[in-house]
Design a binder for this molecule. Structure first.
Ligand SMILES: Cc1cc2nc3c(=O)[nH]c(=O)nc-3n(C[C@H](O)[C@H](O)[C@H](O)COP(=O)(O)O)c2cc1C
Length: 205
């Protein structure tokens, strides 16, 4: 059982990384393998809607995204973290996630998702909603916690004083492990739900 973590923070030892560590401790204790990726200061460009991925099943830009798609495909769960920038997820994580989800065509159903937003003061709820949308358009159940997953701090390390945020991260990680195990058992017992051919309806009249 494996979890892929995508940490969108450019700061290598920032508050998001501290929150990641809190979840990793739980995953390690529960015997879940962790694949921990951070965007860091890398330049990740946005989708240019070229359609290359429709034919080739991967993004035209040969950067971390194509590699991450393989890592995502072999994972049972995905954790996404973003620092809040101007009330939203930061630009690099949105660029990466748009391309990651759009360019890949493997079955993401019932991989478990969890998202966290980290801020100095405001914008975490909007960012949490924004990140969860990648899961809910892909039939991925969400592991929730006892708050709308956030963590607070400005300077690197300040989140360590946010006891509630870190506790919530541990709760979410435990719930995620439970869901991944339960889904694995259910898949073995019942198989996945029937998949219909996708219909596209465009509102252009
Ligand atoms: C460009 C920029 C915009 C930011 N916008 C917000 C914001 O809208 N709300 C907020 O509470 N904090 C904002 N912050 C503060 C960061 O969210 C905060 O420092 C957070 O801890 C960063 O996480 P990290 O250490 O994982 O990178 C902003 C920081 C930067 C650099």
């Amino acid at each position: 059982m494996k979890v892929l973590i995508i940490n969108g923070s450019p700061r290598l030892n920032g508050n998001s990384s501290k929150l990641v560590n809190e979840t990793i401790n739980i995953f390690n204790n529960e015997g879940v393998e962790v694949d921990n990726y951070q965007i860091g200061p890398k330049a990740i460009r946005g989708c240019m809607a070229c359609g290359y991925c429709h034919e080739h099943g991967e993004c035209v830009f040969k950067d971390d995204v194509n590699e991450l798609n393989k890592r995502f495909e072999s994972s049972d769960g995905l954790v996404i973290l973003s620092p809040v920038y101007y009330g939203s997820a930061n630009g690099s994580v949105v660029s990466l996630l748009d391309r990651l989800f759009y360019s890949s065509h493997f079955d993401k159903r019932f991989k478990v998702g969890a998202a966290f937003a980290i801020a100095r003061r405001a914008g975490t709820v909007a960012t949490f909603d924004e990140l969860n949308k990648y899961f809910t358009i892909n039939q991925m159940p969400i592991a929730s916690g006892r708050y709308w997953n956030n963590g607070f701090g400005r300077e690197q390390g300040q989140i360590e004083k946010d006891e509630e945020g870190l506790q919530n991260a541990r709760v979410v990680a435990r719930n995620m492990v439970f869901l991944m195990k339960a889904i694995k058992d259910a898949k073995d017992k019942y198989g996945l739900p029937i998949k219909e051919d996708v219909k596209f309806t465009h509102f252009i009249k």
